[in-house]
Design a protein around this ligand. Structure first.
Ligand SMILES: C[S@@+](CC[C@H](N)C(=O)[O-])C[C@H]1O[C@@H](n2cnc3c(N)ncnc32)[C@H](O)[C@@H]1O
Length: 263
């Protein structure tokens, strides 16, 4: 059995998009040779995908709980927050969520179209975005199980607009739909980890007016370790090389750069 097939069929990596596994395995073979490729590919896949969940949650149970909470008349946003807390990226965003999109949209204007790249559970934050009902919100991620969960959650929650979530790999994808705002929330370092320059390339492939690129200010285990300075420098080097104009927003748990993009 080839390496990609073996990983695809393992229990842990079943929820992952096969195109991503194949790309990561190909890169690992080129970089480390056949002998070490499987170990290195598994390690990379863990870091870019699974590491953001302390323990992989049971999303079926999460859906049942959400339905129960809504049936009992519990506050919708409070019910959603419990789900957002399952993923480290959205969990860290919870404490700034009431200001997060307000401050970003003050720069971009309220968008009529959004594309949320490598979205994780973030499409559920549509409830904090205050978007006009005709807004087109498209999102994608390599986690097939998470995408399927979000689709089911939206049939219960019925947000307006309803984010259209699909399986897709930012690096493999060449065509992106036009959008006012492209979100790259805590995604740039994850793309750069996979292929050097992939973060910049992904941003440059967008047909958007603004690209919102954010970074965590703490490690997954909650340590600061100079992350803000490190990512500020990383972003500034990229912005300088590409002559991006941008504005910076510094939330306690997230560093955000809004690129005024005319690409
Ligand atoms: C740090 S999390 C950020 C999630 C979300 N953007 C947020 O901030 O709430 C990184 C996400 O990127 C996804 N991912 C990693 N590589 C990807 C790729 N090449 N294409 C699409 N999604 C990817 C992972 O599955 C994970 O959901």
């Amino acid at each position: 059995m080839n390496i990609a097939k073996k990983i695809e069929e393992s229990r842990k990596y079943k929820p992952l998009y096969k195109g991503t596994i194949e790309r990561i395995v190909d890169n690992a073979v080129t970089k480390y040779g056949e002998k070490n490729a499987e170990k290195e590919a598994r390690n990379m896949l863990h870091q870019i995908w699974d590491a953001y969940y302390g323990i992989r949650p049971n999303l079926k149970k999460a859906l049942t709980r959400l339905k129960g909470d809504l049936k009992e008349g519990k506050n919708e946003k409070e019910a959603i927050k419990k789900i957002l807390a399952l993923h480290s990226s959205t969990n860290e965003r919870l404490e700034v969520l009431d200001r997060f999109y307000k401050d970003i949209f003050e720069i971009t204007g309220v968008p009529n179209s959004i594309i949320d790249c490598a979205c994780g559970l973030n499409p559920l934050t549509v409830f904090w975005m205050n978007l006009p009902k005709e807004t087109i919100y498209q999102a994608f991620d390599i986690d097939e199980e998470e995408v399927s969960f979000l689709k089911k959650a939206f049939t219960v929650l019925k947000p307006i607009p309803v984010p259209k979530v699909q399986v897709g790999d930012v690096i493999n994808k060449n065509e992106f739909p036009k959008a006012d705002v492209a979100l790259f929330l805590k995604t740039y370092p994850v793309l750069e980890m996979q292929e050097k320059g992939a973060g910049i390339t992904a941003i440059e492939k967008q047909k958007c007016k603004y690209a919102v690129v954010s970074f965590p200010t703490k490690t997954i285990s909650g340590k600061e370790k100079g992350m803000t300075d490190f990512y500020t420098k990383q972003f500034e080097i990229a912005a300088q090389s590409k002559k991006w104009e941008y504005k910076k927003l510094h939330f306690p748990t997230e560093l955000v750069f809004v690129i005024l993009w005319s690409g």
